[in-house]
Design a protein around this ligand. Structure first.
Ligand SMILES: NC(=O)c1ccc[n+]([C@@H]2O[C@H](COP(=O)([O-])OP(=O)(O)OC[C@H]3O[C@@H](n4cnc5c(N)ncnc54)[C@H](OP(=O)(O)O)[C@@H]3O)[C@@H](O)[C@H]2O)c1
Length: 269
């Protein structure tokens, strides 16, 4: 085995993880191999990430013991049917595919160790959120290796496998919701006469500051919200509007919908 870690697929999530682990010194660029069957994608990944990118997924498997399966759930059957991949007992398959269970992955790699991870796109900036579960044949060492990969780019918490779909909704998908909120807040600034870039800066710093305040204070979010709302003041007017639009219930339904969709995608993996 020549490489410390391999990636099957070089898309958004693989790129985010690779950038993160290289920048944090988990491994050097020349210790990473990745594969992509499409020439234009290989060239883009090589130029952007500075790693070795090959055509054959089998070459990644024969060159690295830790292999991150970073294709879309519906692309997984194609990965295993187009080439014979020599996954053996010394391999750890790290799957980041939404919804695809360890049981399903065992059909593809019956002799290998399997760790199912749900990361998020914020990994690129070392503020990722990941959770994981693993097959019973994983050693403590295997688990620690994967944990240290994802801890180098954010937080990484072990959960029961049945809870991964819920975490996918809450942290895997939700950066999209946060970006939607930030864009809307910045649009509100524009409506009120501020330039968009300045509005966005105020909105993003406020979202980050609110999250840090919540985590560092250990207080309930409702209590922190109450601290901002003065009796008869302007903030409670805004809270009333958000309640009228059912924003909280919309978030609950959106995350529930993500979790359901993950289960559905998993059935295609
Ligand atoms: N994006 C997120 O925020 C996020 C968060 C959590 C988990 N995930 C999970 O991460 C996985 C990847 O998602 P993504 O957003 O990174 O998708 P993506 O950008 O589409 O990446 C998929 C990559 O796989 C490549 N690919 C397709 N078929 C292949 C094959 N047969 N062999 C090797 N490579 C192949 C694609 O090639 P091309 O570049 O040529 O299309 C692309 O580089 C998914 O399973 C998803 O559930 C994503």
């Amino acid at each position: 085995m020549v490489y410390k870690i391999g990636f099957i697929g070089t898309g958004k999530m693989a790129s985010a993880i690779i950038k993160g682990i290289v920048d944090k010194g988990f491994c050097a660029k020349d210790e990473i191999i990745a594969s992509n069957p499409r020439e234009s994608s290989r060239k883009r990944a090589e130029a952007e990430l500075g790693i070795t990118v090959v055509t054959s997924n089998a070459e990644v498997v024969s060159s690295a013991e830790v292999v991150v399966l970073s294709v879309k759930p519906q692309q997984i059957p194609g990965v295993f049917s187009s080439e014979k991949l020599e996954f053996g007992p010394s391999h750890t398959l790290v799957s980041i595919a939404a919804g695809v269970t360890i049981e399903t992955l065992k059909n593809y790699v019956p002799d290998s160790k399997i760790i199912r991870v749900m990361p998020n796109i914020c990994s690129t900036n070392f503020v990722g959120t990941a959770c994981f579960s693993y097959s019973e044949n994983c050693s403590e060492n295997d688990v620690n290796t994967v944990r240290s990969i994802f801890e180098s780019i954010g937080i990484c918490i072990e959960v029961k496998e049945k809870d991964i779909d819920a975490v996918t909704g809450i942290s895997g998908s939700s950066p999209a919701f946060m970006f939607m909120i930030l864009d809307a807040m910045a649009d509100a600034g524009v409506l009120l006469g501020l330039p968009k870039d300045l509005s966005l800066k105020f909105a993003a710093q406020t979202m980050m500051g609110s999250a840090i305040t919540l985590m560092e204070s250990g207080k309930h979010p409702g209590e922190l919200k109450d601290m901002v709302c003065s009796p008869g003041g302007s903030t409670i007017e805004g809270v009333k509007v958000l309640e009228e639009y059912g924003v909280r219930s919309a978030f609950i339904s959106a995350i529930q919908a993500c979790a359901e969709k993950n289960k559905e995608l998993g059935r295609k993996g």
